[in-house]
Design a protein around this ligand. Structure first.
Ligand SMILES: [Zn+2]
Length: 152
């Protein structure tokens, strides 16, 4: 899934526990489960080195920036009445960690990051099926709404 539902799902998990380890492990697991569910994603071709160009790279980074900011601002807004957000932030971080590794893999080209990326991408096996793009949007909206409901 894109960054916003991963952030919110991780935050929702963090909001339900007062154990950092549990928040981290469950949020990490949530990432892989959400990636298995059919969903639509925007492409980042320049970051994946499929196309070249500073402008195109900037555009890819802007998409990621907007996506991250949207999720993060929603979490800030939803947790404004929380006194301790440390578990929520832990869940949020581990909920997005596999994508952070993917991002670092695009930037640095390390072999172990490439291997992680290969397994991470393999979870998106629904790509071989023909799924209507609206199902791909709806699945993520459902995750976001469920997370909002849990955090609030
Ligand atoms: Zn992912």
């Amino acid at each position: 899934m894109i960054i916003t539902p991963h952030l919110l799902a991780g935050a929702a998990i963090g909001s339900q526990t007062d154990n950092y380890w549990l928040a981290a492990v469950l949020a990490l697991i949530s990432h892989f489960i959400l990636d298995v569910i059919p969903h639509a994603e925007y492409d980042i071709p320049a970051l994946k080195r499929k196309i070249k160009g500073r402008r195109k790279l900037f555009f890819d980074l802007a998409k990621i920036g907007v996506d991250f900011s949207l999720g993060f601002l929603m979490i800030i807004f939803l947790t404004k009445n929380y006194t301790d957000v440390s578990y929520i932030l832990t869940g949020m971080f581990f909920g997005i960690l596999p994508d952070i590794f993917s991002f670092l893999g695009f930037v640095f080209n390390f072999r172990f990051l490439k291997t992680l990326y290969k397994y991470h991408t393999a979870l998106h096996f629904f790509r071989k099926m023909s799924i209507h793009k609206w199902i791909g949007y709806a699945s993520q909206i459902v995750v976001v709404l469920a997370a909002i409901w849990v955090i609030k």
